[in-house]
Design a protein around this ligand. Structure first.
Ligand code: DSN
Length: 478
């Protein structure tokens, strides 16, 4: 039994929880055990530090704090003001932003805050102006009708989902695709890369109010300077969702044209992916959008989560340390080593490689759908997720791709040698798996055949790979 502070803290917390509902304590312990044992290649996941995790488990959870720092709808928010201000200050320093808003509960929430701020700032709406200078009770039914008409159906241009864009960038099943008149830009069918001339052409034709850049499955850098020029050429507001690569921006791997903060009017992110913080969101912007962004709660968001903002402040403080830059560099080195290992073994990668934290394997060459590949890998102790590839014939559910990312394994300390071994394990599973058939003998997009002995052997090798790199070595629950 270890007596260091982290072990004592988590053991004590579990003991307190166990006294009330032991099944919850057991599930928490089981989650740590599962995470310790799995080769986690989910590109959007990571492992937050014990300090970040502990900052969330306390009485800040009990506090309502609608409004923003110094302008709350509740009394007694002085300590919430402290942690919200700290999170915002660290974010501003880390990213070089004029303004930061630490309240969004998730990436979707951060994007909704940004959409609202842009609409409120940009849409020429006499009814909205009235609503902002008068008490809302003074607005007539006709004013409300005009306000809805003027704000609704504005245009958004974002990256298409199958090219790697995110569902909140105007994909129809998401509210963004319903509230905006949306069009998307894809990638070049030959190279898989963003074709900036095509984006400019689409912008000229469509004249969006908002041009969105950012992705969840595009394995390359985006030139934000060029995207800003395109936005400016049509008078659009340029928004970047850097949820996936915020850690690479924080760690100064993405600089100059590839750092969105100096180029975008507004930047959103989650805090739990490559940034390695708690689950949550963040918005960065210049002074001109700051007031509207700060109206996020109660305009768009429910009451803030002060315990999560406390954890954001801790994680952002960690990201400002020099060793975070080294971590960010190793994320990309590892992704490139993994991509090289897969390419050498004959895999097809969308864009032919990576220059960020993720790799997108087109598994159709193995005769599999993404869903079959994902499950076969999972049987073998390798956790990934299926993802559409550009112009995917299997759609967003079955898909033809597997997305893998290195932020989590890099946190554990794995390096290039282990990435090559990981490529070998993935390649073994994908070559040994065949597509299955349904009950009627027809080809299935979900069923697959993988010899359990192969899955077991790969699972054992995956576990061996992790043994020298214990997860949360400072936490001993025994
Ligand atoms: N679910 C996140 C991802 O995996 O990319 C984005 O919302």
């Amino acid at each position: 039994m270890s007596h260091n502070a982290e072990s004592t803290a988590f053991r004590s917390a579990l003991e307190v929880i166990r006294a009330v509902e032991p099944r919850v304590a057991d599930a928490i312990s089981a989650e740590l055990a599962d995470q310790r044992e799995s080769l986690k290649l989910i590109a959007s996941e990571n492992y937050a530090s014990p300090a970040t995790l502990l900052a969330m488990g306390n009485w800040f959870s009990d506090k309502y704090a609608e409004g923003t720092v110094g302008r709350r709808f509740y009394a007694g928010c002085q300590n919430v003001d402290t942690v919200e201000s700290l999170a915002a200050e660290h974010a501003k320093e880390l990213f070089g932003a004029a303004h930061a808003y630490a309240q969004p509960h998730s990436g979707i929430d951060a994007n909704l805050v940004a959409f609202w701020a842009i609409l409120a700032d940009r849409v020429e709406s006499p009814a909205l102006k009235k609503a902002q200078v008068r008490q809302v009770n003074d607005l007539t039914e006709a004013d409300w009708f005009a306000l809805r008409r003027e704000l609704g159906n504005q245009r958004m241009l974002g990256m298409s989902l199958d090219a790697g864009g995110h569902l909140t960038h105007g994909f129809r099943p998401n509210i963004s695709g319903k509230m905006f008149d949306q069009r998307s830009y894809g990638t070049d069918p030959t190279t898989g890369l963003i074709d900036y001339d095509r984006v400019a052409e689409a912008a000229r034709e469509f004249r969006p109010l908002i041009l969105v850049a950012g992705y969840s499955a595009y394995p390359r850098k985006v030139n934000f300077r060029i995207m800003r020029e395109i936005a400016d050429s049509v008078g659009a507001t340029f928004m970047v969702d850097m949820a996936h690569f915020a850690g690479l921006v924080a760690g100064k791997v993405f600089t100059g044209d590839f750092d969105p903060v100096p180029h975008a009017h507004i930047v959103t992110t989650t805090t739990h992916k490559s940034l390695r913080g708690p689950r949550g969101g963040l918005v960065l912007c210049g002074p001109e959008l700051a007031d509207q962004v700060d109206r996020g709660c109660p305009m768009v968001l429910g009451g803030p989560l002060p315990h999560v903002m406390a954890a954001k402040a801790v994680a952002l403080a960690e990201a400002r340390r020099p060793d975070f830059a080294d971590y960010a560099r190793r994320i990309v080195d590892n992704a490139q080593a993994l991509a090289d290992g897969l390419l050498r073994r004959g895999a097809t990668l969308v864009t032919g490689g990576t220059d960020n934290h993720l790799v997108l394997i087109d598994v159709s060459g193995y005769g599999l759908t993404g869903r079959q590949a994902e499950q076969a890998l999972l049987d073998s102790g390798i956790v990934t997720n299926r993802n559409a590839v550009p112009q995917d014939p299997n759609g967003a559910w079955y898909t033809s791709g597997i997305r893998i990312g290195t932020p989590a394994l890099t946190t554990r300390g794995l390096g290039a040698t282990e990435m090559d071994a990981t490529a070998e394990l993935i390649h073994t599973v994908l070559t040994q798996t065949t597509a299955g058939t349904g009950p009627d003998g027809a080809p299935s997009k979900a069923k697959y055949v993988l010899d359990p002995a192969t899955a077991e052997s790969v699972g054992k090798q995956a576990a061996d790979l992790l043994t020298p790199f214990p997860l949360y070595p400072e936490v001993d629950l025994t």
